[in-house]
Design a binder for this molecule. Structure first.
Ligand SMILES: NC(=O)c1ccc[n+]([C@@H]2O[C@H](COP(=O)([O-])OP(=O)(O)OC[C@H]3O[C@@H](n4cnc5c(N)ncnc54)[C@H](O)[C@@H]3O)[C@@H](O)[C@H]2O)c1
Length: 375
């Protein structure tokens, strides 16, 4: 295949480029090389160096129609990864998130109309952020709690409660038909991006698959970006000897999926000639608490820094979300192979070989605090 990967120099993209290159595909990457991911001098970006020689690289913006048109020429598959990805940041840099994630997708789809007969598969990266809290269970039925309210959070009641009875609900696996109810601008733009892509490709008869990734981690994750990726944020703090502050009571949880598994899911989606118009949750199906992540990292780095559970919280954060993996297993044949215990060891080994990055986490929190988005 001749594959265009938008955002292909990023964390997921660079790992995908390596895999597809090994499999003998011809790859073209279109990437803006955002300084938040690649640093102020993008030519020195380790992620860019990682894809060099494995693809044709176009340094450009997915929002520019002429650039995207020429990037698409000659391609017969597209993986759309280009996006702004910070949940907290999306709550104040709203225009930027709408521009890249929504307008950028619009431009890509518009350009694709000219190549609709050539393109045999589109894969769009969506996110579990589209669900917000996701699915919960209480008193014989499923619930989809809205964003937690300020009153509860400020009193340290972090688990979502039934708004009628006030009882705490139990998080259960979230599946593809669960209610779409994003809690953040990021989540909303990801849903818009996903929905636009499915709708337009279906109309143009271009086979399309949307993958809703859970929290992805592993080699290639930006260690300098303080806005996303808790494993890398915690790692940079620990390696500086700085303490790790944990929000809420530390029991908030995520479904952490190793990068190689995510790459597998994209490759399966690209190669599958039967499945089209479908959405798949991509996770392990296992929830791990944020406190467990911090404790494991401190122990693996062997650096004794304090872990402090602060009771603070960020507006827009969800409490729990983990994937129901049954549809992906059944229809796509996808099952994550790497347990969190094994993946975190590989991640830490990789981080130990990387240059230490500045710890800009405090700065990013100050911005949230000033805007009333961190309490
Ligand atoms: N990493 C995760 O945990 C995760 C979870 C769910 C969904 N996703 C989605 O997967 C995709 C890839 O995520 P990632 O973790 O690799 O992110 P990343 O930030 O590492 O990579 C995104 C890449 O897109 C590029 N980019 C941003 N704006 C662009 C623009 N306007 N034009 C061209 N390129 C642009 C950036 O320079 C970067 O190289 C994103 O769509 C993201 O929303 C990621």
């Amino acid at each position: 295949m001749r594959i265009l990967i938008t955002g292909g120099a990023g964390f997921i993209g660079s790992n995908l480029v390596s895999r597809l290159f090994l499999e003998g595909h011809t790859i073209r990457v279109l990437d803006k090389l955002c300084p938040q991911i690649h640093g102020d001098n993008p030519s020195l970006s380790p992620l860019l160096q990682h894809v060099n020689g494995k693809c044709e690289f176009i340094h450009g913006d997915v929002c520019c129609l002429d650039t995207v048109r020429s990037a698409l020429a000659g391609c017969n598959a597209v993986v759309h990864l280009a996006a702004e990805t910070g949940t907290g940041q999306s709550m104040y840099e709203v225009t930027k998130y709408c521009q890249t994630n929504v307008q950028g997708t619009g431009v890509l789809l518009e350009a694709m109309t000219e190549y609709k007969n050539a393109i045999r598969k589109v894969v769009v990266a969506s996110s579990r952020a589209v669900y917000g809290e996701g699915r919960y269970f209480l008193e014989d039925k499923y619930h989809y709690p809205r964003a937690r309210n300020e009153g509860d959070l400020s009193r340290g009641i972090f688990e979502p409660r039934c708004f009628e009875t006030g009882r705490v609900m139990q998080a259960v696996a979230t599946h593809e038909d669960s209610l779409i109810q994003p809690n953040s601008i990021y989540g909303l733009t990801k849903y818009t991006q996903e929905h636009m892509t499915l709708l337009n490709c279906n109309a143009l008869n271009i086979p399309v698959v949307a993958l809703r990734f859970q929290n992805v981690y592993g080699p290639g994750q930006s260690l300098s970006n303080p806005y996303t990726g808790i494993l890398s944020i915690f790692s940079t703090r620990i390696l500086h000897g700085h303490g790790v502050d944990i929000y809420e009571d530390g029991n908030e949880s995520r479904d952490f999926i190793y990068i190689d598994d995510v790459v597998d899911s994209i490759v399966l989606a690209l190669n599958n000639e039967e499945v089209t118009g479908e959405v798949f949750g991509v996770g392990t199906g296992t929830a791990t608490s944020v406190l467990e992540v911090a404790e494991e990292l401190v122990s693996l780095y062997g650096i004794d820094v304090p872990i402090k559970v602060t009771g603070s919280y960020r507006v827009g954060d969800i409490r729990h979300n983990f994937a129901d993996t049954s549809k992906g297993e059944r229809v796509l044949g996808f099952k994550a192979k790497t347990s969190f215990e094994a993946g975190i060891v590989k991640f830490v080994d990789w981080v130990k070989g990387q240059p230490l990055q500045d710890d800009r986490y405090g700065e990013s929190l100050d911005i949230l605090k000033k805007r009333g988005l961190f309490k």
